[in-house]
Design a protein around this ligand. Structure first.
Ligand code: ADP
Length: 655
């Protein structure tokens, strides 16, 4: 078995199936691209914010450093008048405070650390003066005095919340340290003085100690921070302090929001349209598959049809033919489609008739019950077809042409012709047989008159030789003439039967022909001693062939005679009656013979059916066909007295 090869359509479909990967790939790439774009935009945004944060905090650190060093310089410039007079010291302090220095207190110490002057005067006695070597201020003081340059103290808590630190600036005159100016910075105040408002709007700025605790900050309490901050060392004052900035949550820029939203909307629209497209394509594919299946089914159905199908449009142009029609006319579909009248398959001898029928069909006047036509095959053979035309309705319900179904009936026609010829042959055979039958009975019949003529003539000759009187001779000769005429009749009957094909139609007097039939059977009738009763109540005549009608009557009389061979001689009789009523003549031939077995009644009129040893079985068949040819009816019934009654019902001729 050959391996089944896939259809070209299927092959095409599987070859391009990989193309389906493309939209999926494009889908993934698109979603990935959009997500990446959003992520990168967000990341760039964050990086930019972080870069700004770093530069801002570095700037702040620089700014603070500048503040502190400027303050150091200012504190180092304290003059003698300031350090000797409280009012001058206060004036100096106000000058320093006026620079937004972040300082909250100035203290003037002698080289040993004793407080000489302070402004404001409030003082934490544990932090300055003689409080001890261990506290941060004391250490800074000693360090500043020994180094001869400004030294910052460790931050320390001031009351509960605030932290502060000090700067100890040694003041020397003429190479000798004359005192130390101490500037006290409260970290919270330092930040509020030094951090500009625009920076404070963006970040929460804190100073963090070496333990990580917040020593002071400038913040908007209501705003939450979201991101990690950035910190730089806060030196001076050093001691592990760090400046820490955390950005506040800033609303994203409108352009960025619009861009992201547009991207998301665009992506959604693209995905949605892709999804719709996919569903649409899937639906189309399903419908296409169904259509292909349907088409294949219809094609298989059309190809398996024996009936030819031919569609033509309203102009009579062929638009479709099925394989059966192509086989029928021996032309291919390509040769047929597009053909216009006269079609190549129209039979040459019937072109005009076919054209007329074609025009009738196009005009919608074709016979609904179909019509027979002769078509020509491409090899010249002529075939008989039966055609039914039906309107071709398109998808919009409009008639677009005519669809013809064509059945090849050539074989059927030939078979019918064969049957007809066979019947003809049978009929002529039957006629010949019947003729033979009749000829033999006629020959038998002729024997009698011929023998009679012979004996009458012999008698007349003897009488002439014996010189008998003429009066004695004439009757014998008259009888011989009668017998000769009877023989002539018999001969004419044979002649008439032989001329059967030339059916004559003339007015036939049935009564006369009954006589004739009886005459033909005269010898048997007399031999069997059969009584004949005639009851001919009418003189009416029928129209028909006298020879055939006489033949029918003869057959019936002969059957009646033959049926009574076993009947006791005294009961042998035949009654023949003729009645007329309602325009019909009824002829009855009743016998008292053997009767007809009901088992064979059905077959009685079949040709060649006989129950007789030497019978031909054609008599009744011929009778019936003769009677029916004369628009009459032949039937039989049982005779109540025994035997059978045959009836012939014939229409009477009009007067
Ligand atoms: P055939 O006389 O050669 O047999 P027919 O066709 O005349 O052929 O008759 C067919 C058969 O019908 C006869 O063989 C006979 O059995 C039966 N038949 C015909 N007429 C009569 C009749 N009057 N009585 C009894 N049987 C009859």
């Amino acid at each position: 078995m050959e391996p089944s090869t896939p259809s070209p359509a299927k092959e095409r479909v599987s070859r391009w199936r990989w193309l389906w990967i493309l939209p999926r790939l494009a889908f993934v790439l698109f979603v990935g691209g959009v997500a990446l774009l959003l992520w990168m935009s967000d990341r760039a945004d964050k990086e930019e914010r972080r870069a700004t944060l770093i530069s801002d905090i570095l700037w702040l650190e620089q700014n603070l450093r500048f503040h502190l060093s400027r303050n150091e310089e200012l504190l180092g410039r304290i003059d003698r008048p300031h350090t000797t007079n409280a009012a001058a010291f206060e004036s100096f302090t106000r000058t320093v405070f006026g620079f937004e220095s972040g300082l909250r207190q100035l203290i003037w110490l002698d080289p040993e650390g004793a407080v000489l002057l302070a402004h404001p005067i409030t003082m934490d006695p544990s932090l300055v003066g003689d409080a001890g070597e261990t506290i941060p201020s004391r250490q800074s003081l000693l360090l500043a005095r020994s180094l001869g340059k400004p030294v910052y103290s460790r931050p320390y808590p001031y009351f509960t919340n605030d932290w502060q630190f000090e700067v100890h600036v040694p003041v020397s005159r003429e190479g000798r340290i004359v005192g130390v100016t101490v500037g006290v910075y409260r970290i919270r105040d330092l930040l509020s003085d030094s951090v500009p408002w625009w920076l404070a709007e963006r970040y929460r700025i804190s100073v963090i100690g070496d333990s990580g605790s917040v020593l002071g900050s400038r913040s908007k309490v209501e705003s939450a921070v979201t991101e990690a901050g950035y910190q730089v060392a806060f030196d001076p004052p050093g001691w592990g302090l760090a400046l820490h900035a955390v950005p506040y949550h800033a609303p994203r820029p409108l352009a960025s929001i619009v861009l992201s939203a547009s991207l998301i909307i665009l992506a959604t629209i693209v995905l949605w349209s892709l999804w719709i497209l996919r569903r649409h394509v899937q639906r189309r594919q399903t419908v296409e598959a169904q259509l292909r299946q349907e088409h294949a089914f219809r094609k298989a159905m059309e190809d398996s049809l024996d009936t030819g199908m031919r569609a033509q449009n309203m102009n009579g142009e062929i638009i479709y033919v099925n394989p059966a029609f192509c086989r029928m006319v021996g032309l291919s579909a390509a040769e047929l489609i597009g053909c216009r009248p006269p079609m190549p398959y129209w039979a040459d001898g019937q072109l005009d008739e076919t054209r007329r029928m074609h025009d009738r069909i196009l005009a919608g006047e074709g016979p609904e019950e179909g019509f027979e036509l002769k078509l020509k095959r491409s090899n010249g053979d002529v075939i008989d077809v039966l055609i039914h035309e039906a309107p071709l309705i398109d998808a919009h319900g409009r008639q677009s042409g005519w669809m013809g179904s064509i059945v090849d009936i050539t074989e059927r026609k030939l078979a019918e012709e064969r049957v007809r010829q066979q019947q003809d042959r049978l009929q002529s055979t039957a006629r010949l047989v019947a003729m033979g039958e009749m000829a033999s009975s006629i020959a038998h019949e002729l024997n009698q008159p011929l023998a009679a003529i012979s004996s009458y003539c012999t008698g007349a000759a003897n009488m002439l030789r014996n010189h008998a009187p003429t009066a004695d001779i004439v009757p014998a000769l008259d009888k011989a003439v009668d017998q000769a005429q009877r023989a002539g009749k018999v001969i004419r009957r044979v002649y008439g039967l032989a001329r059967h094909s030339e059916n004559r139609v003339e007015r036939v007097h049935l009564g006369a022909h009954i006589d004739a039939a009886l005459t033909l059977m005269d010898a048997e009738i007399r031999q069997q001693g059969i009584r004949i009763t005639l009851d001919l109540a009418t003189q009416d005549v029928v129209e028909g062939d006298p020879v055939l009608l006489e033949q029918a009557l003869f057959n019936l009389v002969r059957n009646a005679v033959e049926s009574m061979q076993e009947t006791p001689p005294d009961q042998r009789q035949i009654q023949i009656g003729l009645r007329c009523s309602d325009g019909y003549g009824l002829l009855t031939i009743a016998d008292w013979g053997c009767g007809i077995d009901p088992g064979v009644a059905d077959k009685l009129f079949d040709p060649l059916f006989t129950t007789k040893v030497e019978g031909m079985g054609m008599g009744l068949a011929i009778c019936r066909s003769v009677v029916e040819n004369h628009r009459g009816r032949l039937s039989f019934e049982s005779n109540p007295g025994g035997g059978t009654i045959f009836r012939i019902l014939l229409p009477m001729a009009l007067q």
